[in-house]
Ligand binder design. Sequence first.
Ligand code: GTP
Ligand code: MG
Length: 219
Amino acid sequence: MTAPSGKGPNADFKVVLLGDTAVGKTALVERYSSGKFLPDQPPTFGASFFLKTLQYQGTSYRVGIWDTAGQEKFDCLSSFYTRGAACGIVCYSLVDNRCKLDRWLEKLMNESGDEHVTVVLCGTKSDLTATQERVWDADLVREYATRYHALHFETSAVTGDHIEEMFDAALAQMVATHPQVRAAVGQTSGRGPAGTGVVLADPGKQPGPAGHRSSPCCR
Ligand SMILES: Nc1nc2c(ncn2[C@@H]2O[C@H](COP(=O)(O)OP(=O)(O)OP(=O)(O)O)[C@@H](O)[C@H]2O)c(=O)[nH]1
Ligand SMILES: [Mg+2]
């Protein structure tokens, strides 16, 4: 995806980041918007909003990104930010098996109110896998990705790995499959080239062998 062109945006859409507290949602979106990793940020209070204008295939898109708070006390608020989202990025830490991935996926599906919502699974803190054990079973994550027709990326806010690629892929998928986005840019029928499916950002960095299952979720 390239920088915005001179002409104004001709499609808007809403992206929401969901996931347990401390999985790294704010660090991820901060890295995406400012290019910086800011350690020791306080937990998000309610939600933060980021706006990006992007150009893809000659069209400008204004992307409003809602970074929600993962702390349970803010649970009742997140539906407000999730409703109407064209894309939900559900984050889990690659090195923390307490993440309730299935809960956030269900929440997204129940609350977005959009049957065409683009779902992205984002395994965060990939830089830490050099020194800490990956705690998520590859088969289980693949199963979630298949069940929810989700894109799947592994990112690091420290190195910036795969963050741009993830947002680019999410945008491409929305343009390809979302009727409102397609209508806004004058594509009214058929599916675009991206379709749904699983994109593994770095097949060389797959989670450990099947069978290495260490209670990936607290249910
Ligand atoms: N090593 C490493 N640390 C990270 C990364 N992303 C975030 N962190 C650290 O993880 C902690 C939590 O990050 P946040 O971005 O605040 O987490 P959050 O998901 O926004 O948390 P809530 O706002 O409470 O929902 C902070 O100490 C960050 O510095 C990453 O990619 N790599
Ligand atoms: Mg936060």
